[in-house]
Design a protein around this ligand. Structure first.
Ligand code: HEM
Length: 381
């Protein structure tokens, strides 16, 4: 099995992602010593069990800020619709800046732009424009033998987005470099990479820029999507919402739900996993490349094959799930034959050696946020 896993643990990237990542990031580099080292670093500094404890206050601040900002908006204009996403995404981005750079930056001076840019614009350049560029299809990906033909409009847009990202990342790194030179160390990914990296890095290395950008990008979108779908499903299913509220009231009474409460909230946990099954933020896994001949489920798969894993299809498979078209958190609760590991039988975080590095952070942020958004407006009054 281990043999098979490692033979399908490399990625096959479309052109846009290769340009943006130079194939030198945790999520997209080929499986091997570099990838293992890079994944170990991000786990040790940010995403692993011990590292997550160090950022508990930052996550708590994030959820509290979302709630108080929503409250302010409702109080200022009770009859207007609220855009949950706008409020949530700003705070989530702040959390990812804090974990990555040690600071929730509100603005930064970018030399190449000749001006100070706001946090919203930083988000736009580092996350929004990058996601749009990464999904941009280059027809040459589908016809590799025609890759010698230029695709000017695609390349111009991609290289412009890349240059803007580099300019903003350099400005952010410069600001933190100055902080570090003043002797102000902080608990964050950048400080960790400077101190501990087994392949020595400086703040000016392009590799540093890629690692830090990856960390900012990785947490921005999926967690938001998962939280939104939970809010949607519990609003649509009042009986399940009531069950969730009851569980939270029973365990936490009138106090605020915290991460320490999560192990005692099985229904909340089930809501989290069922929403990942039903509305997977990554419905098709990033492509894998078979780099040596192997056998999978009885099929001979030759080296060089590209594998696309259809997560949505697996989660809707009637052979694996009862009534898969129903949103039913109960399927992840105890019962006959239930095992804790069943919660990971969804493929929402992928599988094997390239499984998501941020699943613990996702669970922490999303579960606490969902519990508090749901309970606080009514439960606290
Ligand atoms: C609900 C939230 C999330 C979902 C559904 C999700 C999903 C995924 C999936 C499907 C993969 C590919 C796995 C594979 O190919 O087998 C992945 C990889 C990865 N994710 Fe996540 N992710 C989430 C949150 C996060 C967060 C918060 C972070 C970090 C801040 C993160 C960091 C990563 C990294 C570094 C990888 C690459 C792992 C590797 O290639 O070895 N993810 N994620």
């Amino acid at each position: 099995m281990v043999e098979k896993f490692s033979s399908i643990s490399s990625r096959k990237l479309p052109k846009a992602m290769s340009v943006l990542s130079r194939n030198r990031m945790v999520a997209v580099s080929d499986f091997g010593d570099f990838q293992k080292m890079a994944k170990r670093n991000i786990m040790l500094s940010m995403l692993g069990y011990s590292a997550q404890k160090q950022f508990r206050d930052a996550r708590e601040r994030m959820v509290s800020n979302v709630l108080s900002n929503l409250h302010k908006l409702v109080t200022a204009d009770p009859h207007s619709p609220l855009n949950f996403r706008d409020v949530y995404i700003t705070e989530l981005f702040g959390l990812s800046l804090t974990q990555t750079l040690g600071e929730d930056v509100s603005s930064v001076y970018v030399e190449e732009f000749g001006r100070e840019i706001s946090k919203d614009e930083i988000f736009h350049v580092l996350v929004h424009d990058m996601l749009m560029s990464a999904i941009e299809a280059d027809w040459r990906d589908f016809f590799p033998y025609l890759s010698w033909i230029p695709n000017k409009s695609f390349e111009t847009a991609l290289f412009t987005a890349e240059a803007r990202r580099n300019a903003v990342m350099r400005a952010l790194i410069k600001k933190q470099k100055e902080r570090i030179e003043r002797g102000e160390a902080r608990t964050c990914y950048m400080d960790f990479l400077l101190e501990h990296n087994s392949t020595p890095l400086t703040a000016d290395d392009y590799q540093m820029l890629l690692f830090l950008w990856e960390s900012i990008l990785a947490s921005a979108d999926t967690v938001l999507v998962n939280t939104e779908w939970i809010m949607y499903e519990i609003a649509k299913n009042p009986d399940k919402q009531e069950r969730l509220l009851e569980e939270i009231r029973e365990v936490c009474g009138c106090r605020t739900v915290t991460e320490e409460d999560l192990p005692r909230l099985p229904y909340l946990n089930a809501v989290f996993h069922e929403t990942l099954r039903f509305h997977s933020p990554v419905p098709v896994l990033p492509p894998r490349l078979v780099h040596r001949d192997t056998t999978l489920a009885g099929y001979d798969v030759p080296a060089g094959t590209e594998l696309m894993i259809n997560v949505y299809g697996c989660h809707m498979d009637k052979r694996a799930w009862d009534s898969p078209e129903e949103w039913a958190p109960e399927r992840f609760l105890g019962g006959e034959g239930f095992e804790v590991a069943d919660r990971y039988k969804t493929l929402a975080f992928g599988a094997g050696k390239r499984i998501c590095a941020g699943s613990l952070q996702a669970m922490n942020v999303v579960s606490v946020a969902a519990a508090r958004f749901d309970l606080e407006p009514r439960g606290r009054v």
